[in-house]
Ligand binder design. Structure first.
Ligand SMILES: NC(=O)c1ccc[n+]([C@@H]2O[C@H](COP(=O)([O-])OP(=O)(O)OC[C@H]3O[C@@H](n4cnc5c(N)ncnc54)[C@H](OP(=O)(O)O)[C@@H]3O)[C@@H](O)[C@H]2O)c1
Length: 283
């Protein structure tokens, strides 16, 4: 597995399994299958309601001698309604059954996100998070956060795929060495993206699937990629992208798609709603 080094020296795999909109049962199965296949990164969130399943799959893989805790990079996200809850990090670790996570995000630029980020900084100082992240931040709220953050984010997680590479935000954050982790790497199942002619052409050339070409492009762009899947064949294929390389010309050809589509357009009103959307386990 290829890895990158975050600016604080922490090593992170460039590919992991995503778990958004995957039921607890499927999450446990998929994460365990992924670990068996050699994945060493898992991305979850308070809001996905499957952190316990991630923890169970990881515990089973550790028990079975497949991995050690230290070999697996676990990222999760504190939801916006919990930014001022002093137990949020501890409760998250309890759900995961872990003593620390490798990467801890605040999930949305909503509500009192600075209180949320300060909670992350404390978790980092206490050894409960090995690195810190922000998710979905942009424009003014990104600037406010950067101005106030004592520990600049090691990672930003945001929508990234060939239609939308977020060049401006990436360039803004390059000053700090903040890495990009892309969500919706395969367009959240949009066949229109995966079946773009360029991917079919390259899939023929390299004897790979279109999805594998898209994921290889992500890693060669320097992105950390976390395709979500509950299909064992897809999980296997998505991890099998390190035995070929796209040429500079092919990378440039794919990047011509940039700027043509976004699946999610954030606005302030929507973001502020997140701060009132309580999660079932909050009671
Ligand atoms: N921070 C945020 O706000 C945020 C938002 C969204 C997502 N995320 C994170 O990013 C991860 C990735 O996003 P996502 O899961 O929504 O979208 P995605 O990875 O772009 O796409 C997932 C979809 O692609 C299909 N798929 C996966 N591998 C495939 C393959 N090899 N061939 C064909 N289809 C394939 C999956 O179906 P099958 O199950 O049938 O394989 C699923 O329908 C999430 O799981 C989550 O961890 C974060």
């Amino acid at each position: 597995m290829e890895t990158v080094i975050l600016y604080n020296g922490i090593e992170a795999p460039v590919l992991g399994i995503g778990t958004f909109m995957i039921s607890p049962e499927d999450t446990e199965r998929s994460v365990y299958a992924a670990l068996k296949l050699g994945y060493r990164m898992i991305d979850t969130a308070n809001a996905y309601m499957n952190e316990e399943s991630v923890g169970k799959a990881l515990a089973k893989a550790i028990e079975g001698g497949i991995v050690t805790r230290e070999e697996v990079f676990v990222s999760t996200k504190i939801w916006a309604t919990l930014y001022e809850n002093e137990n949020a990090v501890e409760d998250t670790l309890k759900r995961l059954g872990l003593e620390y996570v490798d990467l801890l995000f605040i999930h949305q630029p909503a509500g009192n996100y600075m209180a949320g980020y300060r909670m992350l900084e404390k978790a980092y100082q206490d050894g409960k998070a090995k690195s810190l992240g922000i998710s979905n931040f942009h424009d003014e709220k990104l600037e406010m956060l950067l101005a106030d953050a004592k520990i600049k984010p090691h990672v930003i997680q945001m929508e990234v795929h060939p239609y939308c590479t977020q060049k401006e935000i990436r360039e803004r954050l390059s000053e700090y060495g903040t890495r990009t982790m892309g969500w919706y790497p395969l367009g959240h199942g949009d066949k229109g993206l995966v079946n773009e002619e360029i991917f079919t052409k390259l899939a023929d050339k390299y004897r790979k699937s279109n999805a594998q070409i898209v994921l290889r492009w992500h890693t060669q762009m320097g992105f950390i990629t976390i395709p979500g899947s509950k299909n064992p064949d897809h999980i296997r294929d998505n991890g099998d992208i390190f035995d070929f390389s796209l040429t500079d010309e092919e990378m440039a050809e794919i990047t011509k798609l940039d700027g043509t589509k976004r699946y999610y357009q954030a606005d302030n009103a929507q973001e502020e709603k997140y701060a009132t959307m309580h999660l079932p386990f909050e009671g």
